[in-house]
Design a protein around this ligand. Structure first.
Ligand code: UDP
Ligand code: MG
Length: 150
C-alpha cells in the first residue's frame, strides 16, 4: 500500500447530466480524501498540456474539443477538478471508474453506469490519472501547491 494522489475531472457529459455529486460520492466512499477542489474555465492550451500523454494519437483533437464543452452548450468552457488522496488512490479510482469504453465497462463501475451506452468512448463520465507519473504532472498543471491540503 502506498499513499497516492490522483487528479479527477468531471467530463462534460457528467456536468450536463448533473451527476457530479453522485460521482464524487463514489470516490469519497472508497475512503479517499478530497484534498483539492475547484471550478475552472479552461482553454485549449491547458487541455493540450493535460493530454500531453496522448499527443500524436488520432483522437487527441476530438477529445480536447469534447473536454472544452462543445458538447453541452454551456456558456463557458467550465471544468470541475479534484485531487483525491489515499492508499493506492490511483488504482482504486481507476477500478471504480471502469474501462475507457463505457460499453465495455463493468456495470457496477462509474463508466458502466453513467457513461454513454452507445459505444461513444468520448462520453465516459470522468477523467482520472492513469499512473503516478501522469498524476504528478496533471495535479501540478491544474493546482498550485497552496491549493492542495497538506
Ligand atoms: N478516447 C477516444 N478514442 C480512443 C481512446 C480514447 O476518444 O480510441 C478518449 C476517451 O474519452 C478517453 C480519453 O480519450 O477517456 C483519454 O484516453 P485514455 O486512453 O487516456 O483513456 P482513459 O485514461 O480516460 O481511460
Ligand atoms: Mg488516460
Amino acid at each position: 500500500m502506498r499513499m497516492e494522489q490522483t487528479l479527477i475531472l468531471m467530463k462534460p457529459d457528467t456536468i450536463q447530466k448533473r451527476l457530479i455529486g453522485i460521482v464524487l460520492s463514489r470516490f469519497e466512499s472508497l475512503g479517499l480524501d478530497i484534498v483539492a477542489a475547484k471550478a475552472v474555465v479552461t482553454n485549449r492550451a491547458l487541455w493540450e498540456q493535460h493530454y500531453a500523454n496522448l499527443k500524436g494519437t488520432p483522437f487527441v483533437d476530438s477529445v480536447i474539443d469534447f473536454m472544452m464543452g462543445n458538447f453541452n452548450n454551456l456558456p463557458d468552457h467550465r471544468m470541475y477538478a479534484f485531487v483525491l488522496r489515499g492508499e493506492n488512490a490511483i488504482s482504486k479510482v481507476r477500478t471504480v471508474l471502469g474501462a475507457t469504453n463505457p460499453e465495455k465497462a463493468e456495470p457496477w463501475t462509474l463508466r458502466g453506469q453513467f457513461g454513454c451506452i452507445k459505444n461513444d468512448v468520448m462520453q465516459n463520465a470522468v477523467h482520472a490519472s492513469g499512473n503516478a507519473e501522469d498524476a504528478a504532472r496533471e495535479i501540478a498543471l491544474w493546482f498550485k501547491p497552496e491549493e492542495i491540503l497538506p
